[in-house]
Design a binder for this molecule. Structure first.
Ligand code: GLV
Ligand code: MN
Ligand code: MN
Length: 393
């Protein structure tokens, strides 16, 4: 399975460009459907473009669901997402080899557009299903080329007419367990597998710095309204404020208009990703960065606008389920994460837990992301053990 997925959507950087509804995403989706069919599982595409593979009755109550996502950030690694989906199929194979008799339906899910690389909002598939993102808001989302989300979906051969909250489906889920590569070198102990305790609150904010386009060779310094200065100062300030707050602030995406070497920019758009252990700290941090941008904007003659594009509150995973997993796995480490996940979205509607597989370098969202094969296999066995525990009673 791993070898089949490895070349799909790989760019010359060695990283992946599997973005919502692009051709690599279509290949990943075809792969998922094939895996379901190969195993005689019932394949389903839900109204929000999430894929499901069912062992047992999809309409029965109390299903145990596992899975993750197959899309990537721009030039992302091979593991973030696919490790969870591949491990889910492998765990099911292991359980069948063990002769496990299931008392409940078991499903594997591939949530669409987890990374939000194309439309700017992460976890679109699970957010829509959980009703956290409304159909109306989703219809307004556009990619960098101005393509609307429903049009992108339609072009990929999917029907966007029915997207929206899918409460009945979520109500039939007894528990959701997502296995994921650990993303920050926090699993350094002897164990290759850990259980998640919480997800830090996090969000994405777009800063628009409006200046004035002008000639780079003839405009006197004192006559300039250069938004690049305000942007640069805001990036430095964000880093400084985040350090002071013990939190995180990252500008990883920027768009410049008109983007000419010999022209002062008219507009800079910079996307801030910010995260903290505590919601109050996060709110305060973003406000400080905004204030700092406004102050600098005044000095530069640049108008600053701030738009919150997405926000995920703190997620504390279901306590009894978390403890049950940790106990079943023999007391593995229980740790929080700063990374967002579909599991974090589902946690508002369904008892949810996560397993992490050790990442020796801690690198993620990069082609260098890596996990040892032995650790991945330990993850499969751990997932199988947990699913057996949950689905057999
Ligand atoms: C998703 O991986 C995120 O944490 O942004
Ligand atoms: Mn990710
Ligand atoms: Mn992920």
């Amino acid at each position: 399975m791993w070898a089949e997925l490895l070349p799909v959507g790989r760019s010359s950087s060695g990283g992946y460009r599997r973005h919502a509804w692009n051709s690599a995403d279509a290949e990943c989706r075809a792969w998922f459907e094939q895996q379901a069919t190969n195993r005689g599982l019932t394949y389903e595409l839900d109204r929000n473009g999430n894929q499901w593979a069912w062992l047992g009755d999809p309409t029965a109550e109390g299903a145990i669901v596992t899975g993750s996502h197959l899309d990537s950030v721009p030039d992302g690694g091979a593991f973030d997402g696919p490790l969870g989906v591949v491990s889910s199929f492998a765990a099911l194979d292991e359980l069948r080899d063990r002769g496990t008799e299931f008392a409940r339906p078991l499903a594997i899910v591939n949530f669409g557009d987890e990374e939000g690389a194309r439309f700017g909002v992460a976890c679109i598939g699970s957010r829509l299903s959980a009703g956290v993102l409304s159909r109306e808001s989703a219809y307004e989302l556009r990619d960098a080329d101005g393509v609307r989300l429903p049009d992108a979906m339609e072009r990929a051969g999917y029907d966007p007419a029915a997207i929206g909250a899918d409460g009945d489906r979520l109500r039939r889920i007894g528990a959701f367990v997502e296995l994921h590569v650990e993303q920050g070198r926090y699993l350094t102990e002897d164990q290759p597998v850990g259980v998640a305790s919480a997800i830090w609150p996090h969000g994405r904010w777009r800063f628009d710095f409006h200046g004035e386009a002008n000639h780079a060779g003839t405009t006197r310094i004192e006559d300039r309204r250069d938004p690049m200065l305000t942007f640069a100062d805001t990036v430095l300030s964000a880093r400084q404020q985040a350090e002071l707050a013990g939190a995180l602030a990252t500008f990883g995406k920027v768009a410049v208009e008109p983007n000419g070497t010999n022209a002062i920019a008219s507009l800079i758009r910079g996307w801030l990703d910010s995260r903290a252990a505590d919601e109050a700290v996060l709110t305060e941090l973003v406000e400080q960065i905004r204030q700092s941008a406004l102050r600098r904007g005044e000095r530069d003659g640049v108008r600053v606008e701030l738009t919150r594009e997405s926000y995920t509150p703190v997620v504390d995973f279901d306590g009894p389920l978390r403890d049950r997993l940790a106990k079943r796995l023999g007391g593995v480490p229980v740790l929080p994460t700063g990374a967002g996940h579909d599991a974090g979205i589902l946690a508002s509607a369904v008892p949810t837990a996560m397993l992490f597989v050790r990442n020796p370098s801690g690198v993620s969202h990069s082609p260098a992301e890596y996990a040892e094969q032995a650790d991945c296999l330990a993850g499969v066995t751990a997932l199988a053990d947990v699913l057996e525990d949950l689905a057999c009673q």
